[in-house]
Design a binder for this molecule. Structure first.
Ligand SMILES: Nc1ncnc2c1ncn2[C@@H]1O[C@H](COP(=O)(O)OP(=O)(O)OP(=O)(O)O)[C@@H](O)[C@H]1O
Ligand SMILES: [Mg+2]
Length: 333
């Protein structure tokens, strides 16, 4: 992909199908790009605000600038971005209310992007081809389509693939690179055949890297960190590092993007490990918990079972002796 614009290249993460790891992919991709040293902007286009939440961003109770204002044309070029806790990674938060039925003009997004100083933009799209999604897909330089390898998701992917092509034919001046990323894969289970079927149907558009099903993702979501940070060397973490490297290779960014040279995978992993060490919240995780155990409240030691038995025996003996003595007294003439 040659970068044709004065603005940073845009990578939209989209699939019409819900729950196929769009947000997970957008956040991990964005963080890996930032860890490469590229200034990355993540646009949370989904009104659910899941991308922001996954990065630990909590919107303030008062209304704040975000995608809602961008779509309405109320944002100055490059305005509205907030820093995240990660170096090189900024976020345009979702904003507040659902704008799915509103008009969203691709020119408005281009206007806003022209003021962005970043190297690359990642867009987390909602699971619908609404106005905002069309706006992002129309101007995107690459579309990453995460998909689960199950029959219904396969149908959804086929629909997404052709709808996206039609949209681009009708509304775009430049070609787009579409890439399919298999997610939630299981090499040994029944879904393995569906993954092969998707590879057979879409050929080289399917990335070699695939993201395995990994419970670390749920844990990472609970800790509001992307899995590449939570477990850079785990199954899904390492797979997202590899997927990012493959996406960057395929994009072949052009001469306008004076991006720092791509670091080796090991350098990238070291950066992620360093960032992980710096995230104090992660130390609360059970398997990395290095805090001393909480101070124990002074409590009397529990009595061993039967500890009170000698007293009972003694009381019975005394009772028996007293009883016999009384009987002897009363019984004597
Ligand atoms: N590789 C994985 N292994 C296990 N769980 C995963 C994996 N990838 C994603 N998940 C989980 O699957 C669920 C859906 O992921 P995610 O929110 O990223 O999907 P989405 O496509 O963005 O959903 P939506 O369509 O609602 O926007 C989440 O609970 C996420 O933690
Ligand atoms: Mg999502």
């Amino acid at each position: 992909m040659v970068n044709r614009h004065p603005r940073p290249p845009v990578l939209a993460v989209f699939n019409h199908k819900g729950g196929v790891a769009k947000t997970t992919t957008a956040c991990n991709l964005a963080l890996c790009l930032a860890a490469r040293g590229w200034r990355c902007l993540l646009i949370d286009l989904d009104a659910q605000g899941n991308a922001g939440a996954s990065l630990g961003f909590t919107p303030p109770p008062t209304p704040m600038a975000g995608v809602t204002d961008l779509v309405a044309g109320h944002l100055a070029p490059g305005a509205g971005l907030v820093d995240t806790v990660y170096p090189n990674l900024s976020l345009l938060p979702a904003g507040g209310h659902s704008w799915q039925n509103e008009r969203a003009d691709p020119a408005t997004l281009e206007f806003w992007l022209a003021g962005c100083a970043g190297d690359v933009v990642v867009v987390d799209c909602p699971p619908a081809l609404g106005a905002a999604t069309r706006m992002a897909l129309t101007i995107a330089d690459a579309i990453i389509m995460p998909t689960r390898p199950d029959p219904l998701a396969h149908q959804g992917l086929t629909h997404t693939w052709y709808e996206t092509k039609r949209l681009r034919r009708e509304g775009s001046a430049h070609p787009v690179q579409a890439m399919i990323l298999l997610t939630l894969t299981d090499a040994r289970g029944p879904l393995a055949d569906e993954a092969l079927a998707i590879r057979a149907e879409f050929g080289p558009a399917v990335l070699d890297a695939a993201i395995p099903y990994d419970t670390a993702i749920s844990e990472a979501t609970r800790m509001t960190v992307p899995v590449v940070l939570f477990e850079p060397d785990g199954g899904a973490g390492r797979a997202y590092v590899d997927a990012t490297a493959e996406i960057v290779r395929r994009l072949k960014l052009g001469p306008r993007s004076a991006l720092p040279a791509s670091p080796s995978t090991e350098t990238l992993l070291n950066t992620l490990r360093d960032w992980r060490a710096g995230r104090t919240a992660l130390r609360r995780l059970p398997h990395v918990d290095n805090r001393p155990p909480p101070a124990s409240v002074a409590r009397p030691a529990p009595k061993p079972a039967g500890a009170s038995r000698p007293w009972i025996i003694a009381a019975l003996l005394i009772g028996a002796v007293l009883g016999a003595a009384l009987q002897a007294l009363l019984g004597s003439p």
